[in-house]
Write a protein that binds this ligand. Structure first.
Ligand SMILES: Cc1cc2nc3c(=O)[nH]c(=O)nc-3n(C[C@H](O)[C@H](O)[C@H](O)COP(=O)(O)O)c2cc1C
Length: 220
């Protein structure tokens, strides 16, 4: 009798690190992790990594319960990795109660992971407004219409709310909802991880030490 493979069978049969994995000389990486990130980010864009700015953001609430989701990186400025969200979203509640976060990128075609973690802070209103107004009218309307995390009765209700918000964006092009937030994560650690076909993965970690960075090679 032929049986369907189980999920476990399928998982076991799946290869990992199938990308075109570059060789990395850890001794030539920049001493500053922001520069190292920018170098790797440029390489990801050049390699055609799909959506390299998509990043998993992990937060924890006041009780320590963790939660993670994908967001888009908005900027790296003043040593902080910046993401955008709505103050009513669960991640914003987590960050308000427990202002620490971790971010993880995975760039599959290159077998690269970047991890960073540290305290989080809200960016100033002018930068936040500028970010919102740079977004497309439909993105702004979607944000204005949204009531993040609340249950909604139907798709029709959502569609109508977004259409109403779109009319408002067109009428008031300078409108910035007071709930729009930019959060910066200023890492205490940054880690670049390069996968290797022979499992000789390379792990380089930068740790903040006052106003300088210590850099170490770690066992993978
Ligand atoms: C590719 C991608 C990009 C996303 N970008 C964002 C973003 O920049 N900001 C955001 O709040 N949510 C973004 N989301 C939605 C979040 O993953 C999440 O579903 C939503 O923000 C609610 O999360 P929360 O309830 O944990 O706050 C994105 C989702 C995907 C798949």
């Amino acid at each position: 009798m032929v049986t369907e493979p189980t999920l476990r069978d399928r998982l076991r049969g799946l290869p990992a690190l199938t990308g075109d994995l570059p060789e990395v000389d850890p001794y030539t990486l920049p001493a500053d992790p922001v520069a190292a990130f920018e170098e790797w980010f440029a390489a990801a864009v050049d390699a055609g990594v799909p959506e390299p700015h998509a990043v998993t953001l992990a937060t924890a609430d006041a009780t320590g319960a963790p939660s993670a989701r994908v967001v888009l990186l908005v900027d790296v400025a003043d040593g902080a990795w910046v993401v955008a969200t709505d103050a009513r979203a669960a991640k914003a509640h987590d960050l308000a109660a427990n202002p620490r976060a971790a971010l993880t990128f995975y760039w599959q075609p290159l077998g690269r992971q970047v991890r960073l973690a540290g305290p989080a802070h809200l960016l100033d209103p002018a930068t936040t407004a500028e970010d919102f107004l740079r977004r497309s009218p439909s993105a702004r309307a979607a944000t204005l219409a949204s009531r993040p995390g609340e249950t909604v009765r139907s798709v029709a209700e959502m569609t109508a709310a977004v259409a109403g918000a779109r009319a408002r964006v067109d009428r008031e092009p300078g409108l910035v909802p007071p709930t729009w937030q930019l959060w910066g994560v200023r890492p205490e650690t940054v880690e670049l991880w390069q996968g290797d076909h022979d499992r000789a993965h390379l792990r380089v970690r930068w740790t903040r030490a006052d106003d300088r960075w210590d850099r170490h090679l770690l066992w993978p």
